[in-house]
Design a protein around this ligand. Structure first.
Ligand SMILES: Nc1ncnc2c1ncn2[C@@H]1O[C@H](COP(=O)(O)OP(=O)(O)OP(=O)(O)O)[C@@H](O)[C@H]1O
Ligand SMILES: [Mg+2]
Length: 459
């Protein structure tokens, strides 16, 4: 065990810097971190093993090649080989742009151009620490969930809220109850419905889906219930409806909140009798289908307003599953972004190797009003648009990237904004526990209280 008495709670930072004056200055300025300073490759690698830092700031110009970048890159390569999860922030004044790109391609987290402005560098370090904490947490959760962090075969998540949702769906899959999936658009309602079906005893028979919002009322009725020959003009021969097609399997009714009231009544009759009356038929055909519905509307509220039949609601919603929005799933946006990037890069643009740090920061910060669907579309678009090896923040075209500019223009305002965001995320991550929030952020409890007061934040 390492003996860092009194420093145990602080995030560990390794400063690789051959200018002893600067190293001392950083050590003094950064009492919020547990800082170790080293000045050359060999001691850097030794310190990496001994201290296992979360973040490394790395000066590229190290002896015996202080004016070049060879030693710095060698240290970077060694870190990526030994501890690839370490966030390395490369600092250099030599040929900045070119070294930056090379460093990031070789696995660095971010790049910093000398001369060092301590507060600005501290901000980058804090962000890197925050990301490292989220990634660590996601890895732990993923390890608990299964190798590739997928649930129900296809749900990618590391967030406790979503894991709970997926587990619920898994659990109720085998009970033959009707299920109502409630969630905002793009949260994965259809994916969960398909996962539920696949995990149920009805998996061998099909899942038949129909979107109640996409089809005009009279066609929807024909689609659902089918018709007999001669039932109406143009009905030359009989046709079975989707309900019949779902016999033995699952009927997935998407956008349930849009179901017209005449069809609501007809659907209720089917559920009560478990038999379908085709349009124009004299008799009903028994059908055994499990019902799974989804909606982005507040169906209970619609029931209260009289816009949706209460008796039908209770038949459809024997179990209600609420799906959290993407913004409520801490750490999931970067996790899903990587998942989609790997997929789309393989399909459409194999030279893309990953995200630039500014892109990951923007993904983590964005509020994702269109949820996973929006994330998927943005990543797809970015993979197509990006012309380097990395997808950058500007390829994602998120409005928040403007924040970066504001940051450069007004460091103080930018810092406050970033601090506020970090504190809010850490608070929600630790469910409002002040001690663990302070620990996560690497600051003391009194400092956290002060900041929360200053920014008007509560638990
Ligand atoms: N947790 C997840 N892991 C992986 N892919 C996901 C996840 N959630 C959603 N997706 C993908 O995001 C897209 C949107 O999901 P889905 O269609 O299931 O959402 P929805 O809630 O039905 O959306 P809408 O309201 O727009 O119909 C799909 O391509 C789906 O495969
Ligand atoms: Mg859908």
């Amino acid at each position: 065990m390492s003996a860092r008495s009194g420093e145990a709670d602080k995030p560990r930072l390794l400063v690789v810097e051959d200018d002893p004056g600067l190293a001392t200055q950083l050590k003094w300025a950064w009492d919020e971190f547990d800082v170790t300073c080293v000045g050359d490759r060999e001691t850097a690698i030794a310190a990496l093993r001994q201290h296992e830092p979360d973040v490394v700031t790395l000066d590229l110009g190290l002896p015996p090649d202080p004016d070049g970048t060879r030693e710095g890159f060698a240290v970077l390569d060694a870190i990526m080989e030994l501890k690839p999860d370490t966030k390395v922030i490369v600092a250099s004044g030599h040929g900045a742009a070119e070294s930056a790109l090379r460093a990031i391609e070789r696995g660095a987290y971010d790049f910093y151009r000398k001369p060092v402005r301590i507060e600005e560098l501290a901000l980058i370090v804090r962000r890197a620490l925050h990301l490292a904490a989220l990634e660590g947490e996601n890895r732990r959760l993923a390890a608990r969930v299964g190798e590739d962090a997928t649930l129900l075969g296809s749900i990618v998540t590391g967030a406790p809220e979503m894991i709970r949702t997926a587990r619920t769906v898994e659990r109720i899959a085998s009970a033959d109850v009707s299920v109502l999936l409630m969630g905002a658009s793009g949260t994965g309602k259809e994916l969960l419905a398909r996962g539920l079906h696949a995990a149920s005893a009805r998996a061998r028979a099909g899942l038949v889906a129909i979107n109640c919002a996409a089809i005009p009322e009279h066609l929807l009725e024909q689609e659902l219930f089918g018709y007999e020959a001669g039932a109406f003009e143009g009905a030359h021969s009989a046709r079975e409806g989707r309900i019949e097609m779902a016999a033995g399997g699952t009927l997935f009714l998407d956008e349930m909140g849009e179901l017209p009231s005449a069809i609501q009544a007809r659907l209720l009759r089917f559920i009560e009798t478990r038999a379908v009356e085709r349009i124009g038929a004299a008799t009903a055909i028994p059908v055994d289908a499990r019902l799974v519905c989804a909606t982005h509307r507040d169906l209970p509220a619609m029931v209260a307003e009289g816009a949706f039949r209460e008796d039908l609601y209770f038949r459809l919603a024997e179990v209600v599953v609420a799906i959290p929005s993407l913004a409520e799933r801490a750490g999931d946006a970067p996790l899903l972004a990587r998942h989609f990037l790997a997929r789309f890069a393989a399909e459409m643009n194999p030279q893309i190797k990953g995200f630039a740090p500014d892109a990951l920061a923007a993904i983590d910060a964005w509020h994702w009003p269109g949820n996973v669907r929006e994330l998927e579309n943005r990543v797809k678009r970015a993979v197509i648009m990006a012309d380097g090896r990395l997808v950058g923040a500007q390829d994602l075209d998120l409005a928040e990237s403007g924040d970066e500019l504001a940051l450069a223009l007004n460091l103080k305002a930018g810092r406050e904004q970033a601090d506020r965001k970090l504190i809010r995320q850490a608070l929600s991550r630790s469910e409002g526990n002040i001690s663990s929030t302070a620990r996560m952020l690497g600051i003391s409890r009194p400092t956290l209280y002060d900041l929360m007061k200053q920014y008007d934040l509560s638990t």
